[in-house]
Design a protein around this ligand. Structure first.
Ligand code: NAG
Ligand code: NAG
Ligand code: NAG
Ligand code: NAG
Ligand code: NAG
Length: 240
């Protein structure tokens, strides 16, 4: 058995040694991407993403993304809004955003995982985007028949085409800009509970230099007092 194996091995080896040019060249001749993936180039080829590309560059997300894609461990899915998507926004929408909101808007269209069209069927909602996750940054994808529907709570749309896909990056066209609740609905006010205020103010009066972020500790103290007070009442009732 072993001699047979050795014979086979040396046969293969001598074959490889005698025919190196053709064997060595065939992988090199295979078509492959020259250099790392360039998202801007892919979007330019798509032909109808000039506004998204402009935002992409202005927010430096292109540099971030190309850097991430240069590491093959990272995978990305992009929902790229077409120029039509941007022109159907209420006029002045983009201009009303500050730089941070523009970045958040772009990041909201980027999912840090590779989703092939079949994976949309089993994806777990809500998706995390590059803008983050949570109640005000919700993005859900559902499928019905051949349609891949996306909802943010403010925007309902469907994937309208595949621009690019390999096993690391997928770029899909959407014909509406995905509007995150976080940017396009007013932030709810966060009023402090009424009992905290006098105590906080008196503490600040004692030491004007004390940083504002003491409020957490103060409210905890208040809470403890209330709890102890409550326990006291219960104890008093039971002792009667
Ligand atoms: C990516 O492509 C764009 C447009 O083709 C080009 O301007 C840019 O220099 C490229 N970036 C890199 C890192 O190659
Ligand atoms: C891609 O990564 C390699 C290896 O880490 C690095 O040498 C190269 O400069 C990177 N290229 C870009 C365009 O970031
Ligand atoms: C998904 O989108 C299609 C086409 O836009 C629409 O007809 C369908 O009602 C949507 N389904 C859901 C569950 O929203
Ligand atoms: C997204 O999906 C989650 C989980 O199914 C659900 O709780 C949430 O209400 C959905 N949000 C929107 C905006 O559809
Ligand atoms: C999005 O679709 C859901 C369910 O199909 C509907 O309840 C909701 O009103 C729609 N929202 C918008 C902004 O169209």
């Amino acid at each position: 058995m072993v001699p047979q194996f050795m014979f086979l091995f040396s046969l293969i080896l001598s074959f490889l040694l005698h025919c190196p040019p053709t064997l060595a060249q065939s992988p090199a001749a295979a078509p492959g991407p020259p250099g790392p993936t360039n998202v801007t180039k892919i979007l330019e080829k798509g032909g109808q993403f000039s506004v998204f590309i402009r935002l992409f560059k202005a927010t430096r997300e292109d540099v971030t993304l190309n850097g991430q894609l240069n590491n093959t461990n990272n995978a990305i899915t992009i929902f790229a809004p077409s120029d039509n998507a941007f022109s159907s926004l209420k006029s002045g929408t983009l201009n009303s955003l500050n730089d941070q909101e523009k970045a958040e808007l772009v990041q909201f269209h980027i999912i840090p995982q590779y989703l092939s069209s079949s994976q949309f069927q089993t994806v777990s909602n809500p998706l995390t985007t590059q803008a983050g996750s949570g109640g005000r940054l919700e993005l859900n994808v559902t499928t019905t028949g051949n349609s891949v529907n996306i909802t943010t709570g403010l925007t309902n749309t469907s994937v309208s085409g595949t621009i690019y896909t390999d096993n690391q990056l997928a770029v899909y066209q959407v014909d509406k800009v995905l509007l995150p609740v976080d940017i396009f609905t007013p932030k709810p006010p966060t009023p402090a509970p009424a009992p905290e205020k006098p105590k906080k103010r008196s503490k600040a009066a004692e030491s004007p230099d004390a940083p504002e972020d003491n409020s957490g500790a103060v409210s905890l103290t208040v809470l403890n007092d209330v709890v102890f007070f409550g326990v006291g009442i219960v104890a008093a009732i039971f002792s009667l």
